[in-house]
Design a binder for this molecule. Structure first.
Ligand code: GTP
Ligand code: MG
Length: 652
């Protein structure tokens, strides 16, 4: 296969914009599938996971391919919901270009910022496909304007739509058009002007009033698309299949092949897309089928992979393995192939130790492809098996779940010791829990993580207890006198003894300390008591009846008795949070945090001008659903990082 005829496209964009529907329309148009499935019926090629069907949205990336004339098109249908952005970013590493699908509604454009920033930071060629043009109230012109004002003058319409809403009937290519329907001339003027910025010859022609030849314009478009200098805008209706053949033509004729995109490894060395030489590939998705096992979807950047290839995982200190098979993916279907060359995206089976984002090489190539830093989780649920027996199985299955989706994490909560499943949002974590039950048949219970409340004292006191018990043979006896004093926050529980004149034998001191500490595990409010010092200063014993157990009991009794006299206060964990939001949402973010009993520490522009940083101290109890509230208030653009800072008294 001629490498220059390959196209690896990621279909990305906001939630519900029509990416899966468009993928389906392209596959159908090219004859790869006999019938167009629908998202509503759960019959599309790429939304095949039961979780996708249940939620009527993509919940992970899907892969599909089709021949299209002499072009070999690989489509990566990415989920648009904000919780799955990391999954989409990883998949984008495997693509050479992206189709950004958006609603024909200018109000949606600001929400695309995070995605477009990512594409721009990687100089990833992309185009905008303004979809749902058939919907009444579609606003193509305003959407185009919003795109230009958000992302710059190099965003230019390559088409003009014919008709709007119900009457939308097609698109006209502004480069090739002969007639001036619907302002084609004006659109062409803008397109050529943008191109003139990069091509002096074309600019000269424009200034002299010479109409540049079609071929020259097409070649310029191809070059500038590949360098991400020009971002074309196309229109269509994925649901009705309008604008789809024109989109395919733009992709086939003008979008970059693997040869047109310069690739460098993590050390900045170029990686050439050539069939000979060592294989360099990177895992962009891991899929685990409970029966048929693990599939690592890789993008091959260089070399040709065969069933005999011994792959070295350069990201995992050179672990070697040989794939069980090579497959092309068509949704859930695996089509075996014997080899795969540069620019191809294929699935390899049974690479057990290989993980998503790893680089695989052959023949001693020690290269590593650029990876991605996955953010810390922003949402957690406490997770426990419904059947106690499943505990071991649960952690094993969770590990496989995380293998499939590295944006998920499994953690032990610092203070409560609960097992927590964490991720990028409520839907992300909920879908993961559903997947766990369906794929691995582990029934789990999820609930909000407990808040690690504590108690402390504000005044000291003397405590005394005398434990005396007579049962049958020999009895129990212990008497202790303790001094309890408050200490500063973060001090914990400390214990010492100042017993004078041998009132108590030393051998009982550890038992006293044990009794003290055990009693402090549950204060008057039921929480662990902390930040205090206990001194054992006196007591009495009985030569026959005294034992370690009796002193332990006496000490615990003394503490339980005394605590209510010490001005007990409940403490709650306080989280230090740093929120990043677009400037226009900075003040709403501050009021949101203040309403959560938060104290804003600092507030100001971040290093990238259009965003603000807000730092605050907020009780952890208020933050359980904060990511959802923040995203709702900021069009999905707000994000945060946080860590446990300290314990503060709960205001009465
Ligand atoms: N009217 C109209 N509806 C469309 C069009 N394209 C998609 N839809 C509908 O929009 C909804 C979302 O479509 P999807 O294809 O699932 O969108 P998506 O971008 O893949 O969504 P996520 O994967 O969840 O981010 C579905 O109900 C589609 O039928 C279109 O061109 N016109
Ligand atoms: Mg989808």
């Amino acid at each position: 296969m001629d490498i220059s005829r390959r196209r690896n496209l990621a279909v990305v964009g906001l939630h519900h914009a029509g990416k899966t529907t468009l993928t389906e329309a392209i596959l159908h148009h090219c004859g790869a599938i006999p019938r167009r499935g629908s998202v509503a019926d759960g019959t599309t090629t790429t939304d095949f996971e039961p979780e996708c069907i249940g939620h009527a949205q993509s919940t992970c990336v899907g892969f599909a391919h089709t021949a299209c004339g002499d072009v070999d098109l690989m489509l990566i249908d990415a989920p648009g919901f904000v919780d799955f952005l990391e999954e989409s970013k990883i998949a984008l590493l495997a693509a050479d270009a992206a189709v950004v699908v958006i609603d024909a509604d200018p109000a949606h454009i600001p929400q695309t910022r995070a995605l477009i920033d990512f594409l721009e930071s990687r100089h990833m060629p992309h185009l905008f496909f303004i979809n749902k043009m058939d919907r009444p109230g579609a606003q193509p012109e305003a959407t185009l304007q919003a795109l230009v004002s958000a992302y710059g003058m190099h965003v230019v319409a390559e088409q003009v739509p014919v008709g709007e809403g119900e009457a939308f009937s097609g698109v006209v290519d502004v480069v090739a058009a002969v007639a001036d329907v619907g302002n084609v001339a004006a659109a062409r003027g803008k397109l050529l002007e943008a191109l003139g910025d990069f091509d002096d010859h074309l600019l000269e022609e424009l200034l002299e009033g010479v109409e540049p030849p079609l071929d020259e314009v097409r070649k310029d478009l191809h070059d500038e698309y590949a360098r991400d200098q020009i971002v074309p805008v196309l229109y269509g209706s994925a649901a009705r299949g309008i604008g789809v053949s024109e989109l395919i033509a733009t992709i086939s004729e003008q979008f970059p092949s693997p040869l047109d995109v310069e690739r460098i490894d993590a050390d900045g060395r170029p990686i050439e897309a050539k069939p000979g030489g060592p294989v360099v590939a990177q895992v962009c998705k891991t899929l685990i089928h409970p029966q048929s096992g693990k599939l690592s979807v890789v993008r091959i950047f260089s070399g040709t992979l065969t069933a005999d290839s011994v792959l070295t995982d350069t990201s995992r200190s050179g672990v070697q393995s040989r794939p069980g098979g090579i497959y092309r993916l068509q949704g859930k279907k695996q089509e075996p192939v014997t080899s795969a060359g540069p620019g191809e995206i294929v699935a390899l089976s049974r690479l057990e130790s290989v993980q998503t984002l790893d680089t695989l090489t052959t023949g001693g190539a020690h290269t590593k492809m650029p990876s991605l830093e996955l953010p810390d989780p922003v949402f957690a649920v406490a997770i426990a098996p419904k059947e106690r027996l499943d505990e071991a199985k649960l952690s094993q299955m969770l590990a496989r779940l995380i293998d499939e989706d590295p944006a998920l994490r499994l953690m032990r909560a610092e203070f409560t010791n609960e097992l927590e499943l964490c991720g990028c949002g409520e839907v992300h974590v909920a879908v993961a829990a559903e997947r766990l039950e369906r794929k691995y048949h582990v029934a789990v219970q999820t609930r909000e993580p407990q808040i690690a409340y504590r108690e402390t004292i504000t005044t000291g006191t003397e405590a005394h207890a005398r434990y005396k018990h007579q049962t049958g043979g020999h009895g129990q006896f212990g008497e202790v006198r303790l001094r309890i004093e408050p200490r500063e926050r973060g001090h914990g529980v400390t214990f010492d003894e100042k017993v004078v004149g041998g009132a108590l034998p030393r051998q009982f001191f550890p038992a006293v300390e044990k009794g003290v500490r055990e009693a402090l595990l549950r204060g008057p409010n039921g929480y662990p008591v902390t930040d205090l010092h206990v001194t054992l200063y006196d007591g009495s014993f009985h030569a026959v009846d005294s034992s370690e157990a009796s002193f332990k009991t006496a000490a615990a009794m003394a503490i339980r008795d005394a605590l209510p006299k010490c001005g007990v206060r409940v403490l709650e964990p306080i989280t230090a949070i740093e929120v990043r939001v677009p400037e226009s949402f900075a003040s709403i973010t501050v009021s949101q945090l203040t309403a959560k009993r938060g104290v804003v520490q600092s507030f100001g522009p971040s290093e990238d001008a259009s965003f603000y940083r807000v730092s605050a101290l907020v009780p952890q109890a208020e933050l359980a659903h904060y990511i959802t509230e923040l995203r709702t208030a900021t069009q999905g653009l707000g994000s945060f990082r946080s860590h446990h800072e300290r314990f503060d008294p709960v205001s009465p």
